[in-house]
Design a protein around this ligand. Structure first.
Ligand code: AQP
Length: 333
């Protein structure tokens, strides 16, 4: 069904309950590619275990993330939806690419530095080599375009470097991917500390809007959002909190930041925060009800997983046989 189409790949870790950042920075944009591209959207559970996970929760969140993909508008007939660990080629190519990724490159990754600081008792090798596994995820499918939030830009650039290095040694093997980073929602910030990214693993619940939070919780969290001592709904120096709320409101209402500022001219922060909370809750209403319907049907989710992984494995195998031949592995099948 997908012949001759260029490829889009992206993934989300089932490392927590997904946030408004994951939604606006990534998942909400995924379905726009489904007609024009051959799209692979993966639940990257292998990445999630670079930080210690509770096994039962990881399993549940893997189902939930797949259900959320669909609740956010991804049609399994038009997109390949699958779980990373169900396609062993990810680990296989990840290992090969480890051998074409430099220690110095991995050491410069800011996510590694941040996550090592947050998990000082578990700075494992997987956390360090996370970017070469991510390169494998992308390069396996000969991906042209990777829709991600801006926090993944550095990893994406490393994927491009790895692809170019491999192609340089062995001749054209991988498509060199481009990032697709949304303009105003590339980095949704924490509601409690607007200088920090909103992250699903943030221990402060008030800092994070979860896609599945109920309406009252969403409105309450926005009411408590940290702003500044001023009163004007405008972007500017020292107004990161308000700027973040302007981006969020703009994204869920389809308005640009100038129009948002004009709409709230002369109105206080209280009014604005309530409007943001209500607009976000409205925009997530359908996602929540669709999620409730889909997540109740485990068998259906498993059918989607099986179909998706079979399809992904077929595409991955084509790349893997090329790669193995190029690096000099024997094949006696
Ligand atoms: N705050 C954000 N704003 C915009 N985009 C974001 N993304 C994540 N946070 C924001 C994008 O969501 C996609 C999936 O992210 P991920 O699950 O692979 O991991 P992450 O980037 O590490 O996200 P989290 O929420 O911060 O997870 P934890 O807390 O587990 O580390 C990516 O495209 C990402 O850019």
């Amino acid at each position: 069904m997908f012949q001759d189409k260029k490829v889009v790949f992206s993934g989300v870790q089932p490392s927590g309950s997904l946030t408004l950042g994951n939604y606006l920075g990534a998942i909400k944009n995924f379905s726009a590619f489904s007609d024009e591209y051959r799209c692979y959207y993966c639940v990257v559970d292998m990445h999630a275990i670079t930080v210690r996970q509770n096994p039962a929760e990881l399993r549940r969140r893997t189902y939930d993330t797949l259900a959320l993909y669909m609740a956010c508008g991804l049609d399994p007939e038009k997109n390949v939806l699958f779980v990373q660990s169900h396609v062993p080629a990810h680990a296989e190519l990840g290992w090969i690419l480890d051998c074409y990724t430099m220690f110095g490159e991995l050491s410069r990754m800011t996510q590694f530095k941040d996550k090592s600081a947050k998990n000082a008792d578990n700075i494992n090798a997987g956390l360090f080599t996370y970017p070469s596994l991510m390169a494998a995820d992308i390069l396996l499918y000969q991906t042209e375009l990777v829709p991600v939030g801006v926090d993944q830009k550095q990893h994406l650039e490393l994927s491009r470097d790895i692809a170019n290095r491999f192609n340089g040694v062995y001749g054209d093997t991988f498509v060199v991917p481009e990032g697709y980073i949304p303009q105003t929602t590339a980095k949704i910030m924490s509601l409690a500390e607007p200088s920090k990214k909103m992250s699903k693993s943030d221990p402060n619940e008030n800092a994070v809007i979860r896609i599945l939070d109920d309406r009252d919780t969403i409105i309450r969290k926005f009411k408590r959002a940290v702003t500044d001592s001023g009163c004007e709904v405008r972007r500017g120096e020292g107004k990161e909190g308000i700027e973040n709320l302007i981006s969020i409101y703009g994204a869920v209402t389809g308005k640009n930041p100038d129009d948002v500022e004009a709409e709230f001219d002369g109105r206080g922060y209280g009014d604005f925060k309530l409007a943001v909370g209500e607009a976000v809750a409205d925009s997530l209403e359908n996602v929540r009800s669709e999620f409730a319907r889909l997540s109740a049907d485990k068998k259906y989710l498993e059918d989607i997983m099986r179909k998706g992984s079979a399809e992904a494995a077929r595409a991955a195998m084509r790349t893997m046989s090329k790669v193995k031949r190029k690096v000099g592995f024997t094949d006696v099948r």
